[in-house]
Design a protein around this ligand. Structure first.
Ligand SMILES: *Cc1c(COP(=O)(O)O)cnc(C)c1O
Length: 380
């Protein structure tokens, strides 16, 4: 079985697991227990993890709040910001191709009186600059645009969006879950005020993530979702998941150290994969040719029964059609639909998302297999 579904989740790096293990066994203290060494050891480990995540994003450790993952961070940020800033305005700008976590929370805020603009994208997956400029009004409190899309890998012009938001005096949130570890993400240089991320997309454990919230120029204020004890500066109560947080910290440290290696490696083998697949009859790329994550390629194969290719691959190659969250439903990907990809091509799209351990040999095996399957599906 060849795993090419790293945008859905990654394995835990051996060094991450090794860092976590003592916090399950003998270093089992509660990070909030200030009266003894067990607590201090746990609190020190959490502090180091916070520093490591802050280092990855070029922010201060006290700007990092630990959560259970990106979905929780997104809920906390969007709902919390809307609650605090709705006296200033009720308008939020986002994009039709955001992750479902963002879109579903925005819908829920609409039921609470928010006005949400969903910007369209072009066939390459990028927003139109004029659309964004027009969408921001004096009523706008937040612009929420992801850095890199999970289905297509398309990268939005985050630095320019950050500058525009600053000029217009609105908060800028960017879902960086797919970008961290793959691209440099410097929240200062990019002008990001709010950023959710998740450990399991960058070789860390599932069920732990973080939310970056700018403290100065501007200071982001929000109301908590989970109350009870005032952990994490009152933003997210509950006993800290110390082993998970240690794992997130280590995965952030490795992501920082290995970023260049990751980029060069995945880009090299992705180019081999993409070139071979796009040479097949009726194959087309979904997404931007260059403004894209190094590890992701989303390709449609025309002229075959919908879902046929994915089903045939499922025993040998782990890939995904659209995002994992929607692939249980027999609906074409909403991301590809928003890009204007025709239905019959959207149904036959496959996302290949590579990881740092994939090899050229695996990639050649996959291309040969896809080619054979396409031939038999088209003939039979
Ligand atoms: C995976 C993902 C999420 C959700 O992260 P979880 O930690 O699994 O909740 C949010 N946004 C993007 C872009 C993602 O890829």
């Amino acid at each position: 079985m060849i795993y090419l579904d790293h945008n859905a989740t990654t394995p835990v790096d051996a060094l991450v697991l090794e860092a976590m293990l003592p916090y399950f066994t003998h270093k089992y203290g509660n990070a909030a227990s200030t009266a003894h060494r067990f607590g201090w050891v746990a609190a020190d480990a959490v502090a180091l993890a916070r520093e490591r995540v802050a280092m990855l994003l070029n922010c201060e450790p006290n700007e990092i709040t630990f959560t259970s993952g990106a979905t929780e961070s997104i809920n906390l940020a969007l709902k919390g910001v809307f609650e605090v800033y709705q006296t200033k305005g009720k308008h939020i700008v986002t994009v039709a191709t955001e992750h479902k976590a963002v879109l579903d929370v925005c819908e829920s805020l609409e039921r609470r009186g928010a006005q949400v603009t969903y910007l369209p994208v072009d066939l390459t997956g990028l927003i139109d600059w004029a659309d964004l400029e027009k969408a921001i009004t004096p009523e706008t409190i937040l612009v929420c645009i992801m850095m890199a899309n999970n289905e297509t890998g398309v990268i939005q012009p985050i630095e320019a969006i950050g500058r525009l938001c600053k000029e217009r005096g609105v908060l800028f949130m960017s879902d960086i879950t797919q970008a961290v570890g793959k691209l440099p993400v410097d929240v200062q240089a990019l002008g990001i005020d709010i950023a959710p991320l998740s450990a399991h997309k960058m070789y860390g454990p599932k069920g732990v993530g973080a939310l970056y919230l700018r403290r100065r120029g501007p200071r982001v204020k929000l109301t908590p979702m989970i109350e009870g004890g005032g952990h994490e500066n009152g933003l997210r109560s509950g006993t800290l998941n110390v082993p998970g947080i240690v794992g997130l910290g280590m995965s952030a440290e490795l992501a920082h150290q290995q970023q260049n290696m990751y980029y060069n490696r995945t880009l090299r083998i992705r180019q081999i994969l993409e070139k071979a697949l796009l040479a097949l009859p009726q194959a087309s790329l979904n997404g931007h040719p260059t403004q894209r994550l190094p590890n992701t390629t989303n390709i449609s194969f025309g002229g075959i029964r919908s879902g046929g290719l994915l089903k045939s691959l499922s025993n040998t190659v782990a890939v995904s059609s659209g995002s994992a969250c929607t692939s249980a439903l027999m609906e074409p990907s909403y991301v590809l639909k928003a890009m204007g990809v025709p239905d019959e091509l959207a149904y036959n799209s496959i996302r290949f998302s590579l990881g740092k351990d994939n090899t050229e040999v695996e990639i050649i095996e996959v291309t040969t297999l896809v080619q054979q399957l396409l031939e038999s599906l088209r003939n039979g």
